[in-house]
Design a protein around this ligand. Structure first.
Ligand code: ACO
Length: 322
């Protein structure tokens, strides 16, 4: 049996850091409120001319070095993003161009904060089927460009960044199972109400803002993530105590704690970056994974569960041995 297996990873964060104390000067908020309600302490902010592709290219370069491959080996690029550079061409092709590789398929998926698990799940199918021998999977976002910096209920939550993984076929166990889900009936609870074919005149430039019913998102997220995590383990006959690491989407510390509790997992088995990165949407899982690998906590052969939840709503999980 052929599995897809992670050969390397990388992350890239913009230089500029905005702390909770910096935000206290912009809106009526406090470090204490933000930390207690979300776990976020600081976030990285892309500069005016720094695009999603710029962050994705840097993360990809690091993943390529980490995997010890040549960029010419890459035969597939899948990007999860909610904040593409342009309407078209899709941002994965811009990353391809930035890496100096040509010809392989490159496409972007949009599933809000679940974008990376959707992208990883898609690339996994290509690798397992033999269609790809070396896939580059990226989550990259500049969420702060969608933010109204006068709205304290949303501007404290988000940050920018990119994470990338290299996937290759292996006879050793790698990705074991991917589960994806969505339910559009919740579309109005978390959305950016402008796009190409609706309210185009309001797109960008702070003419509109990300809208979120925080409490409702919180409740559905906790329930859905708990269900998808438990179902993934049960359907693969894995006991909760066999799991080495949970690598969750980093939206809110309290949502992460609730999922860990449902899995009976102590918090020292959860990779947390929400305090340093904020919610970076599709970028949060690959960046958290890279943090865990690079600081030596995540080891080869360990059992890992990634899980994400985002606007739509969309959700998903990836169970793997690293
Ligand atoms: N600073 C100080 N006070 C604030 C702030 C702030 N930044 N923001 C809101 N408040 C106030 C509110 O006005 C409210 O005041 P009131 O009681 O006088 O009316 C009070 O704090 C409580 O507000 P709630 O919204 O009830 O606070 P809650 O405990 O629900 O926390 C939060 C809000 C952090 C947004 C929480 O609901 C949450 O994390 N929800 C999930 C959000 C999420 O995960 N979104 C991302 C999903 S993934 C994606 O696809 C983007």
């Amino acid at each position: 049996m052929i599995y897809s297996r992670i050969e390397g990873s990388g992350r890239h964060l913009p230089e500029k850091i905005l702390t909770n104390h910096d935000l206290e000067k912009l809106v009526d908020t406090s470090d204490e409120w933000i930390k207690t309600r979300t776990g976020v302490e600081r976030r990285h902010i892309a500069s005016k001319d720094q695009a999603t592709s710029d962050l994705g290219i840097e993360a990809a370069k690091k993943a390529i070095i980490d995997a010890n491959i040549s960029k010419e080996d890459i035969d597939l690029i899948v990007l999860g993003t909610t904040t593409p550079d342009y309407v078209f061409p899709n941002t994965a092709t811009l990353i391809q161009e930035g890496l100096g590789i040509h010809g392989c398929p490159a496409f972007s998926l949009e599933a809000a904060c679940s974008g990376f698990v959707y992208a990883l799940s898609t690339a996994d199918k290509f690798v397992r089927s033999g269609s790809s021998k070396c896939a580059l999977v990226i989550g990259a976002e500049v969420m702060t460009k969608l933010i109204d910096w006068e709205d304290r209920s949303t501007c404290v939550l988000f940050g920018d960044g990119a994470g990338a993984l290299i996937l290759k076929p292996s006879e050793e166990q790698g990705i074991i199972d991917c589960k994806l889900g969505a339910d559009g009936k919740y579309k109005d609870l978390l959305w950016y109400p402008a796009g190409v074919s609706k309210n185009f005149d309001k797109l960008g430039g702070n003419l509109t803002n990300l809208e979120m019913s925080g409490n409702d998102v919180f409740k559905v997220a906790v329930k859905t993530l708990g269900n998808v995590a438990e179902d993934t383990l049960n359907q693969n006959n894995i006991n909760k105590d066999e799991l080495d690491w949970l690598v969750p989407h980093q939206a809110n510390l309290r949502i992460i704690q609730a999922t860990a509790k449902r899995l009976e997992l102590p918090m020292n088995k959860v990779i947390l970056t929400v305090h340093d990165h904020g919610n970076t949407s599709s970028a949060s899982i690959p960046m958290a994974f890279d943090v865990g690998v690079k600081d030596g906590r995540i080891q080869r052969g360990q059992l890992i569960l990634m899980e994400a939840f985002g606007g739509g709503f969309t959700w998903g999980s990836v169970l793997m041995r690293y």
